[in-house]
Write a protein that binds this ligand. Structure first.
Ligand code: AMP
Ligand code: MG
Length: 485
């Protein structure tokens, strides 16, 4: 039988339903979730399938039809149970004991070809006991935005969830932050785990150290497997989580990404980034850039992200302290800043063309770059992509040639900073051999893709979708993000 014949075979099974599903979370018992049903939708129109993820699940994209996606993730036929996970969380600093999966559920857990366990989690699949006043739905634009954010971040080297599929569901939704009525979608997210800091916070609130212990053992067994059997595994787990989160925030900061809603229910216990609502890539280096319109005081603004994540890790000590020694956790957390700065420095130097650069030149260059970006308010992404586009080994010859053929124009008052920056960059280039210039050029290109997921770019693909149901610009944008153009 050839591959091409496979989808037409009468008894053919949907390969998305016969994956290696493992009921890992269910083995913990029903204290952590509620079984729920998916909503029934009037329509199921496949708008996006992430074929790049299928080989990680052991599937050949050619063997999975669009109808397979719709059956599994739009009509939700052929699988159960679906589990709405229970969790609490600090939202904008206030404890909220009424959270939980309010518009999604854990669809299933699948062993990938890399041997790791992955979660499929829905968003927009209907009401659950945690919906409170909400409709349990996701707008089409919300689905589009999360697909784009995850693909952009993944290809920028950020440790993130990705979307497996997005299906338009034919409902009209009313939202205060979108022209309404607006279209609806269901999105399926694939990540390491949907267990959040808030999952542990809930168990502390309920005063159930027994359930905390069971969950922490589960987390280590599945997501920190190399620690299983270590006598000090709990302290080691916390120390590693600190490192993972510190590096994650550094990746956001270098990418110029503002997550927007860093509540503890949006912090994964695996240190992975997920849940992209009102996020934005910063247009310019403005430390107080705030992405969510409802973040009135700029709590989660761009520059606060490292300290907020550090604070969230500190708050996680409260539910964990029945198991992990407080002093060990404090020691673990004390390394946050060191890990953060090391990763941020590393990534920013790469954006500036250097896989390796010694101090003090490295620190001087970083400081001066940030000063110029902040004072001049030139485009954050434009600055680096112009470096990549116009780099020339002639920049070694004299400082006046550095960025001379680029679109970067220093606004008045920043000429001196710009000149100093060019002088320093020129000097650093002369510390390298001429033969190394092509490596710098390459590092600049690979670290600074031209395609940036700015808000205007998102609007530019959204307009054809709303006006003429034209998905081509969306598909093209995803491809550019995936190719790192
Ligand atoms: P988020 O801000 O997306 O992380 O969501 C915070 C909480 O609100 C979670 O418990 C969500 O499940 C819930 N939620 C958000 N939007 C809706 C909605 N439209 N319907 C029901 N619950 C929702
Ligand atoms: Mg959330």
């Amino acid at each position: 039988m050839t591959l091409a014949e496979t989808p037409n075979t009468a008894n053919r099974q949907n390969p998305l339903l016969t994956l290696n599903y493992e009921p890992a979370l269910q083995t913990l018992g029903d204290d952590y979730y509620d079984e729920v049903a998916a909503a029934e939708f009037p329509q199921h129109i496949l708008r996006w399938r992430n074929d790049a993820l299928l080989p990680k699940l052991g599937l050949d994209p050619l063997n999975v039809t669009d109808e397979d996606f719709v059956t599994a993730f739009g009509k939700f036929q052929g699988r159960k149970p679906f589990l709405a996970l229970r969790y609490h969380g600090y939202q904008f600093g206030e404890y909220n004991p009424q959270l939980g999966d309010g518009r999604g559920f854990l669809y299933g857990q699948v062993r990938g070809t890399d041997g790791e366990l992955y979660d499929f989690g829905t968003k927009g699949s209907g009401r659950t006991p945690y919906s409170r006043g909400g409709d349990g739905m996701l707008t089409l634009k919300g689905g589009v935005r999360e697909v784009l954010a995850a693909e952009a971040l993944h290809h920028l080297g950020v440790r993130t969830s990705r979307c497996l599929t997005m299906i338009e569901t034919g409902l009209s939704l009313w939202r205060g932050d979108e022209p309404s009525p607006t279209r609806s979608s269901v999105m399926v997210r694939m990540n390491r785990s949907h267990i959040r800091f808030g999952t542990f916070e809930r168990l502390h609130y309920l005063q159930r150290p027994d359930l905390t212990q069971k969950l922490l053992d589960h987390v280590i067994e599945y997501y920190y497997q190399h620690l299983v059997g270590e006598t000090d595994r709990y302290a080691l787990f916390y120390a590693e989580l600190v490192k993972r989160v510190a590096e994650l925030v550094a990746q956001w900061m270098a990418a110029g990404f503002c997550h927007a809603v860093l509540n503890t229910d949006n912090m994964s216990i695996t240190g992975e980034s997920f849940d992209y609502g009102p996020y934005a890539f910063i247009p310019t280096y403005n430390p107080h850039f705030t992405a969510a319109y409802f973040d009135y005081y700029g709590r989660y603004c761009y520059i606060h992200q490292p300290s907020i994540c550090q604070l969230n890790l500190e708050m996680l000590q409260t539910p964990l302290k029945t198991i992990i020694n407080q002093a060990d956790m404090e020691l673990g957390l004390s390394r946050f800043v060191k890990y953060y700065l090391a990763e941020y420095r590393n990534l920013m130097l790469k954006k500036l063309g250097f896989a390796k650069l010694a101090s003090p030149a490295a620190d001087d260059l970083l400081k001066l770059t940030i000063k110029f970006l902040q004072d001049s308010q030139v485009g954050y992404h434009q600055f680096f992509s112009e470096m990549a586009r116009t780099f020339s080994s002639k920049w070694r010859d004299e400082p006046g040639l550095v960025l001379s053929s680029s679109d970067i124009v220093p606004v008045s008052g920043t000429d001196a900073t710009f000149d100093n920056w060019c002088i320093l960059y020129h000097k650093i280039l002369n510390d390298f051999d001429p033969e190394q210039m092509h490596i710098i050029a390459q590092t600049l290109t690979t670290s600074n893709p031209r395609t940036v997921l700015s808000r205007p770019v998102i609007e530019s693909i959204w307009e054809p979708i709303t006006q003429e149901n034209n998905w081509q610009p969306f598909d093209d944008l995803v491809q550019r993000l995936q190719r790192r153009d």
